[in-house]
Unconditional design. Structure first.
Length: 303
């Protein structure tokens, strides 16, 4: 039974191409109002999973549903509440931007607020002159902005975004992040694939890391960051001896008479007691980065 708050439900999803396993027994749920990061290196199975959700591919086994509608047997209803940005937009080069937005709105079968669409084009700085040009004249960044506008223009309850900031300049990336926050504040759900780890850390509530078609990490961003070690720099007012032993989870990176560099894994609660008897002049803690954790999972599939 799917709960009322579950937007995406994936159970035992597998996709094989002969001997190649693109997705292997994937289980995943995404809740209403989440911004969920779907991460992995190229070839990990992210786009394959997204295409199965949209019924652009059929799974070998297992099933997936959106808002309780099976993505294969009830695909039309499953897709009705989705705004989708593909990794690469296959667009009609003879159309103008205006024509493409109207065309996609018609085939989506939902009403579009001209005011809201206008706010999107303004946010992404695609004016009437740009939207009147043929798409063959669009740069990569302009195509990405148009793709985001078409995904958001119906204000759908679920947004599936494949590498949404690819090709955007920093200013337009900021516009996208603001748009994402607006959508989240209205209770929209976002399922996004990205390889930009600082972006994921900034906008996502939870993440799943895919490696060779399998989930190797499923966690909140906050909990994932806690798995990373932090670097602690300690300066002293006078020379101190290098300790013979360190508390569990502490590693000495560099020991100078008046300065230590430590790597600390886990909580820092024992740090004050460890330093209490020493003539500490200054203390600096470098915050753990999500990237420090995820690179391990990308490479090895950490336990």
């Amino acid at each position: 039974m799917i709960s009322g708050s579950t937007v995406i439900s994936i159970r035992g999803l597998t996709k094989r191409y002969g001997k190649l396993v693109a997705v292997n027994r994937l289980d995943l749920e995404v809740q209403r109002g989440e911004v969920f990061g779907f991460l992995g290196l190229n070839g990990a199975g992210k786009t394959t999973t997204i295409r199965i959700l949209l019924d652009l591919l059929r799974p070998t086994s297992g099933n997936a549903s959106l808002f309780g509608h099976d993505c294969q047997s009830d695909s039309q209803n499953a897709r009705a509440s989705v705004g989708y940005l593909p990794g690469e937009m296959g667009i009609y080069s003879d159309m103008t931007g205006h024509e493409l937005l109207r065309f996609l709105a018609r085939i989506g079968g939902v009403g579009i607020s001209a005011k809201y669409r206008g706010s999107l084009t303004e946010r992404f700085e695609l004016g009437d002159r740009d939207l009147s040009r043929k798409l063959r004249e669009y740069s990569t960044g302009m195509k990405r902005k148009l793709g985001l506008i078409q995904a958001f223009q119906a204000d759908p309850p679920l947004l599936i975004l494949d590498e949404p900031t690819e090709g955007l300049d920093p200013l337009m990336q900021e516009s996208f992040y603001e748009l994402l926050n607006d959508a989240r504040s209205r209770g929209r759900t976002v399922f996004m694939s990205s390889h930009v780890l600082p972006e994921v850390e900034r906008v996502c509530d939870r993440i799943a890391v895919l490696r060779k078609g399998e989930v190797v990490l499923l966690s909140s961003v906050e909990d994932a960051r806690k798995l990373a070690s932090r670097r602690v720099s300690v300066s002293f007012r006078q020379d101190v001896a290098t300790p013979a032993s360190l508390p569990h989870g502490y590693e000495m990176i560099d020991a100078q008479p008046r300065k230590w560099a430590l790597r600390v894994t886990g909580q820092l609660g024992s740090l004050p007691a460890f330093l209490a008897a020493l003539p500490v002049a200054d203390l600096a803690v470098e915050e753990a980065r999500l990237e420090d954790v995820l690179v391990r999972y990308y490479r090895d599939g950490a336990a």
